[in-house]
Design a protein around this ligand. Structure first.
Ligand SMILES: Cc1ncc(COP(=O)(O)O)c(C=O)c1O
Length: 500
């Protein structure tokens, strides 16, 4: 088998020997046969993988990198400090500087407590609300990291059913939240949401705020993605709807590991009644990186540059999408543009862009101060290119999607088509798993049934995998149809259930 990214494949195979699943985060867990690309370095708006491919980066460290990769001003500050030590376990005065910067930038922030990552800060925020109100129930929508008992699109956090009972998801549904407030009136400690423009509008935020005030519940915004990105003061500033407590992370430090919980003095004091402690909460590199990042973000030119590129992206792409009949719609706002595909199309699209040198997250797109309007044009041209081809595949795609990707959550950084057939699990009529790994599938097929020429099919797939997706789909489809005819059950083994 030829791999499109052989060194990444090799590294991943090695990683699987030492690391469960070969990866450090569930976000990179793929199906059998998939492998993530490995990145070697970044500079400005670009990253390079270990196979020497260069990408225009719109993943941006899952939204953390907002100034750009390898920013001299930030890295120099950190390097200078590292010579004097990195962790002392006691406070240093720079944390006051950072707290002041956050308080002067984020409207609801009157007190700030720093932590190492946003999952931690999310947990601290709800514990604080529970402590302050003496109540247990949390009404939640969106993703709030992996420590909070919640169900989210990527599966459960590995917690037991009873652990979820106090966290009720209302999926940004205005009627549902009203009903929940009626049902649990005096039990609701807080409402915890992402004020994310991709998912709802300002009216919902206003309504939630009103419900919280009327019921003495605390409103918490998880601004991990939106904070410092949608505007300096985050979504709360953009929408002029202010929470009692906010969780911040990601863009506040341009990729260095730090997060915080901030908010109204009265509520924030309650954090002293719960146990929050972290060996690395005093770690100085990230505090310094964050100070520098926020100072850069406070500069008017930086904000103008983010606006200019965002508008170029959102407006141009909206115009183009509206003109064509491509099965996708623009969502979000200019600082957080995002293309929502109809079921299945996104999978192919992101893979096409990856091969053209564009790295994008499957359901949210980010950019940095280093990105230019020309970069946006490059992306749009590459999209046009891949989309035109895509439209030609329309008929095949639909059936193919239904068969294979109906419940498939695609991450953009998995080389896709070379592994499609690796995802098939084959069961015999008794339900015994006959085959599940990728590489042996081809011999298994030959052995399974010489009649339907499956060896030819897989030879073709292999030969054409890079260039001719149309063929792959036709062949794959006929393979699947043959297998269905032969009463072999085809099953997708993938932990994610969201679609793009
Ligand atoms: C809205 C939101 N909250 C919390 C988190 C968890 O942050 P971390 O991965 O830094 O723990 C994320 C991460 O993507 C997020 O998007």
């Amino acid at each position: 088998m030829e791999y499109l990214y052989p060194r990444s494949y090799h590294e991943y195979t090695n990683a699987c020997k030492y690391i469960p699943g070969g990866v450090e985060s569930s976000t990179l867990l793929g199906s059998p046969g998939e492998y993530p690309i490995y990145i070697e370095r970044g500079n400005g708006q670009y990253v390079w993988d270990i196979d020497g491919n260069k990408y225009l980066d719109f993943l941006c460290g899952f939204g953390s990198v907002i100034i750009g990769h390898d920013v001299h001003e930030i890295d120099q500050t950190v390097l200078a400090q590292i010579k004097n030590g990195q962790l002392f376990g006691l406070s240093s005065s720079i944390q006051n500087t950072l707290a002041e910067l956050i308080i002067s930038s984020v409207p609801c922030a009157q007190l700030v407590r720093f932590m190492t990552n946003t999952s931690e800060a999310c947990l601290a925020a709800v514990q604080t609300a529970k402590m302050y109100t003496g109540r247990r129930k949390i009404l939640s929508s969106g993703y709030h990291g992996w420590l909070l008992p919640q169900k989210h699109s990527t599966g459960t956090s590995g917690l037991l059913k009873y652990e979820y009972t106090d966290v009720i998801d209302f999926s940004y549904n205005s009627i549902k939240i009203e009903a929940l407030f009626k049902k649990y009136k005096d039990e609701i400690a807080c409402v915890f949401i992402e004020p994310d423009p991709r998912l709802h509008d300002r009216n919902l935020l206003i309504k939630i705020k009103k419900l919280c005030v009327e019921n003495d519940s605390i409103l918490i915004f998880d601004e991990a993605k939106t904070g410092f990105r949608i505007s300096l003061g985050g979504a709360q500033e953009y929408y002029s709807v202010f929470p009692d407590i906010v969780v911040l992370g990601k863009a506040m430090s341009n990729g260095y590991p730090i997060a915080c919980i901030a908010g109204n003095k009265e509520y924030m004091q309650a954090i002293n009644s719960i146990w929050t402690a972290g060996t690395y909460h005093y770690e100085v590199s990230s505090i310094l990186a964050s100070i520098k990042t926020i100072k850069l973000l406070k500069n008017k030119n930086t904000q103008n540059s983010l606006d200019e590129v965002g508008h170029e992206w959102f407006d141009r792409m909206s115009l183009w999408i509206n003109k064509t009949k491509y099965p996708a719609e623009m969502k979000g706002i200019h600082r957080m543009p995002y293309l929502k595909f109809k079921n299945g199309y996104g999978t192919v699209f992101y893979h096409e862009l990856l091969q053209r040198g564009f790295l994008l997250h499957v359901d949210r797109w980010y950019y940095t101060v280093a990105h230019t309007s020309e970069n946006i044009l490059e992306l749009i041209n590459a999209m046009k290119d891949s989309m035109t081809e895509e439209l030609k595949l329309d008929a095949y795609e639909k059936v193919y999607t239904k068969l294979l990707f109906e419940k498939y959550f695609s991450f953009t950084f998995f080389p896709r088509f070379e592994i499609i057939y690796s995802m098939l699990h084959i069961y015999d009529e008794e339900g015994t798993l006959k085959h599940k790994a990728s590489k042996e599938l081809y011999p298994y097929f030959t052995q399974l049934d010489g009649k339907n020429n499956l060896d030819t099919i897989f030879c073709n797939i292999k030969l054409d995998s890079k260039y001719n997706r149309r063929n792959i789909m036709i062949l794959l489809l006929s393979t699947i149809q043959d297998m269905v005819k032969e009463n072999h059950l085809i099953m997708l083994n993938y932990p994610y259930v969201d679609g793009t």
